[in-house]
Design a protein around this ligand. Sequence first.
Ligand SMILES: [Zn+2]
Length: 264
Amino acid sequence: MLHFQSPPQGLVEGWFAVLGAAMGSFLNVVAYRVPRHLSLIQNSSCQACGKPVAPWENIPIVSWAALRGLCSGCKSPIGSRYVLAEAIAAALYAAGAWKFSVTWTLVAYLILASALLVITLTDLDLMLVPDAISIPITAAGIVTALLAWWTGIALFVANPLIAVAAAAAGYGFFWLIDQMALWIKGVHGIGRGDMKAAAMIGAWLGPTLLMESIAGAIFMGAGVGIIAILAGRSRSARMPFAPMLASGAVLTALLPHWLFSWLH
Ligand SMILES: [Zn+2]
């Protein structure tokens, strides 16, 4: 536990909302560049005309509103998903600060939630969960569990063996579903990227919250799938699953046992 004098109600959440918006801006860049193998350190420029983004144009949410969502050079629209992702990151960070206060658990939650936002964006964009995100963040979850076990700090998972087991369980669960789909229907049902996303959630949240995250993801996936079919999309159309897993995991981290209250 980090110790601070208790500040006024809402101030910490407000600061984390601002930090979240700034991180959301960075995570947008990560989600765009990592799957395209582009450098993370070069400055941003307009995707249409190549005009470099000036520092004052790079203030999360505020700049987008000031520019009315248009590039200052060529006036081509800047996708609203960028500002939406910044707003979601602000909400995720503020909700974490509200739930966990300023603790190591908050740090763990923010790392996982940030990675989940990135894979949500890449999966919506490219139907892809980059290994460059899922593998190192899974490894970091296991190392963090080891450090927590060593130092006695309370975390979602404070035992490296449990983190490894939960990561393997997350991967294995979706691998089994995929194998069953292959056996029954002759086609793959689940992408490798989704298996690794589940492993990442397991490594950071542990087995119980992993199960709840997956159950939440499956419910949401079924709901979205039914709506998509009712809206006329083909039954065989592939649906990005990482956003469901990400939503299930964030919801479970913030409100544990929202689904499996009987487990406790
Ligand atoms: Zn432009």
